[in-house]
Design a protein around this ligand. Structure first.
Ligand code: AMP
Ligand code: MG
Length: 353
């Protein structure tokens, strides 16, 4: 079976195709769709068989729970036990948007959807195509990122087709996504809210609303024995086929080090891949150099990260070196994904960042 591909935008919905996609989901099928973060692989969140199909299509470990997507606040009550007041404050500020919140689940949510956990992750996306699909499907769509498990998340419908074109019923092509990194996840099942995955909504933005909020210890010390609380954060992820390393330090030292690796590779009659920025692109005379965006506009770096990682899979390189991107607001999220893609391989060339 090859997935049917339909194209539309939020301003120009194909109501007919949305209705058909809704029917596919209600019957237990799978539909990939755009959101403002990355493309999602949707199934009926309240149907355990749909969740099983999602895991199978992605090759995702079944202990890695799915996020339930809703399209209005009224839908929340049916799937959670209670919503703490602080979570309501966050919802008022950031929903619909790139924020996922974790609550105690109700009996309506099958264990298959939550990977066996008593809690459930919920997101209310702002993308108009996503909202229309969720409504057409009956209100509750379980959707992990629409990539094969371990691969970079998809930011275009082409990426979805590449990974899952043979495994699902339909792909809704809504063009390139806006943000390009997955949602920020905040856990409300503990006394103090905990960030389980950094995203577009930064710790500072959360603090401004919640006051007290902390980062999951498993995120802060990724090499230690402390497991991240979000089961998905413990897996290697987003990895390109070539070996990726991050080179960190003062800009001059970073570009010099990467150029040395490029020269050494050239002497072996090989080429390395280089992830550079607009600011440094012209400083790399050797290797296959890709520009990820501008440090002056960190959104561009977030937006292009997965695309660039995927592009290197089409190149003849066995090693990729990336600059580090500790940008002011999204740096935490960008570096979280990049470090995972690199299996935490960092080369420090000087003390400073
Ligand atoms: P993805 O849908 O691919 O963006 O991944 C969803 C992320 O949310 C994974 O890292 C999951 O482990 C995490 N997640 C989903 N539900 C829960 C939950 N109930 N508790 C903790 N983490 C969760
Ligand atoms: Mg994912």
């Amino acid at each position: 079976m090859r997935a049917e591909i339909v194209s539309m935008t939020a301003d120009n919905l194909d109501e007919n195709a949305i209705a058909r996609a809704g029917e596919i989901l209600k019957k237990g099928g799978l539909v990939a769709f755009p959101t403002e973060t990355v493309y999602g692989l949707g199934g009926d969140a309240l149907n355990p068989l749909s969740s099983k199909k999602i895991y199978a299509a992605k090759g995702r470990p079944s202990d890695n729970p799915l996020i339930i997507h809703i399209a209005d606040m009224d839908s929340l009550d049916r799937i959670v036990k209670e919503v703490p007041e602080k979570a309501m404050l966050l919802a008022e500020k950031f929903w619909p948007g790139p924020l996922t919140m974790i609550f105690q689940k109700s009996d309506q949510v099958p264990m298959e959807t939550t990977g066996g956990l008593d809690s459930v992750a919920v997101r209310f996306p702002s993308d108009g195509v996503a909202a229309a699909l969720i409504r057409a499907a009956g209100g509750y769509v379980a959707a992990p990122s629409a990539n094969t498990s371990g691969r970079p998340s998809p930011t275009t419908a082409e990426h979805v087709e590449e990974d899952l074109g043979d495994a699902i019923d339909m792909i809704i092509d809504g063009g390139a996504v806006g943000i390009g990194l997955e949602s920020t996840i905040v856990d409300f099942t503990e006394e103090v809210p905990v960030v389980l995955r950094p995203g577009y909504i930064s710790l500072e933005m959360l603090k401004a609303v919640l006051g007290e909020v902390r980062m999951d210890k498993g995120l802060i010390s990724p090499d230690s024995k402390i497991h991240p609380k979000a089961p998905g954060m413990k897996y290697r992820h987003y990895a390109p086929k070539a070996e990726l390393s991050i080179v960190e330090g003062e800009t001059e030292a970073v570009t010099e080090a990467i150029n040395r690796f490029a020269l050494a590779a050239e002497e072996r009659e090989e080429q390395i891949g280089i992830i550079a920025t607009e600011e440094t692109f012209s400083r790399y005379p050797r290797g296959i150099v890709k520009c990820i965006g501008s440090r002056e506009e960190e959104e561009t770096i977030a937006h292009n990260l997965y695309e660039v990682l995927r592009e290197f899979d089409q190149c003849q390189v066995s090693e990729i070196y990336s600059e580090a991107f500790y940008t002011p607001r999204m740096g935490q999220a960008i570096m979280n994904r990049l470090l995972k893609a690199a299996g935490h391989k960092i080369i420090h060339v000087q003390g400073e960042k």
